[in-house]
Write a protein that binds this ligand. Structure first.
Ligand code: SAM
Length: 304
């Protein structure tokens, strides 16, 4: 009997009922398995973890009668430069590596051949739900990647500004709008470094009622400028506070292992102090498919 905690039939049915087929299936010490439609992605730090997840997956699929289409696996390296595109372990070679996953009935393009990340971070599901429920009029999506937060906002009527260094990711973002029959008219897709863009928006006096700050741990622009979340996030929060509307919400989120929610809150308090503002914090519940501490650390900040 496999002792790892795979999601049970009840949770699988609950996801099905809410129109979600992209979620975590199991988390173990050195890896995890996620589902995107009928495709599975195994992420592993050690080959022992990979093999244990493969064995557990077979047993789980049989026990809940889940038809697996393909299984992909990717190694989780310590350094960004060592990141690799997932490899097909099971399924037909030569088949299109793309699929469409759904979350709360919204569609997102998934591409197992486009690089290390496949197109949707499932641990942000509750935060996307929060955005949708907040019904913002204007959302600023910094480090937008494939614009999943913007699709959630636009489905509730928002206009969005999407900023990412990667033109390709923003193009996938546009395609995600199209997949959901959302017009991209009135939405902006800016391929640039977030920092100068925030300064430009502030100079123009622009305001937003939701701002997403979900940066990578480290990145470098084409011009060679480095971004380190541990040292640069505070400055981003200060810049976001310039742009937020009175009753608006700022999401501060990170996967950086050295930053917990208390650290994020300290940074946000520092930003508030510099901007001479007072704020309150909100936390979304941990997604049911994630054990405590396994999803991105996240706080929501609003002005008091
Ligand atoms: C962690 S992903 C963001 C995930 C996104 N928030 C989501 O939920 O789908 C990081 C993204 O930041 C972008 N990026 C990294 N450094 C950047 C910078 N200085 N300015 C703008 N985008 C940047 C990368 O291209 C990548 O798409």
């Amino acid at each position: 009997m496999n002792k790892d905690q795979w999601i049970d039939r009840g949770l699988l049915d609950a996801f099905d009922a809410e129109g979600t087929d992209a979620h975590r299936l199991c988390t173990i010490d050195n890896g995890w398995a996620e589902r995107f439609g009928h495709d599975i992605l195994i992420s592993f730090r050690t080959t022992a973890a990979r093999d244990r997840l493969i064995a557990g997956l077979k047993e789980w699929a049989k026990s809940v009668d889940f038809p697996i289409r393909r299984v992909f696996a990717r190694f989780l390296p310590k350094k960004n430069e060592e990141r690799e595109t997932p490899k097909l372990l099971f399924g037909h070679e030569g088949e299109n590596l793309q699929t469409i996953a759904t979350e709360h009935h919204l569609k997102f393009g998934i591409d197992f051949g486009a690089g290390y990340s496949v197109g949707l971070f499932v641990d942000q599901r509750e935060n996307r739900r929060f955005v949708r429920q907040a019904k913002p009029e204007r959302l600023l999506n910094c480090f937008a990647y494939t614009c999943s937060f913007s699709v959630a906002a636009a489905s509730a009527g928002a206009q969005t500004v999407n900023v990412d260094l990667s033109k390709k990711s923003l193009e996938r973002g546009r395609q995600n709008f199209v997949l959901n029959s959302l017009s991209t008219e009135g939405h902006k897709f800016i391929a640039d470094d977030v920092r100068p863009v925030l300064r430009r928006l502030a100079r123009r006096g622009e305001k937003f009622d939701v701002i997403i700050l979900d940066p990578p741990t480290f990145s470098r622009t084409k011009g060679g400028e480095a971004f380190h979340v541990e040292s640069d996030l505070e400055e981003l929060i200060v810049a976001a506070l310039e742009l937020i509307d009175g009753n608006g919400w700022i999401l501060v989120s990170t996967n950086c292992e050295t930053l917990n929610e208390q650290a994020l809150e300290r940074m946000a308090r520092y930003g508030l102090k510099l901007s001479r503002r007072a704020g309150v914090f909100h936390r979304q519940p941990t997604p049911l498919d994630f054990p405590p501490g396994a999803a991105a650390r996240t706080i929501w900040l609003t002005l008091r």
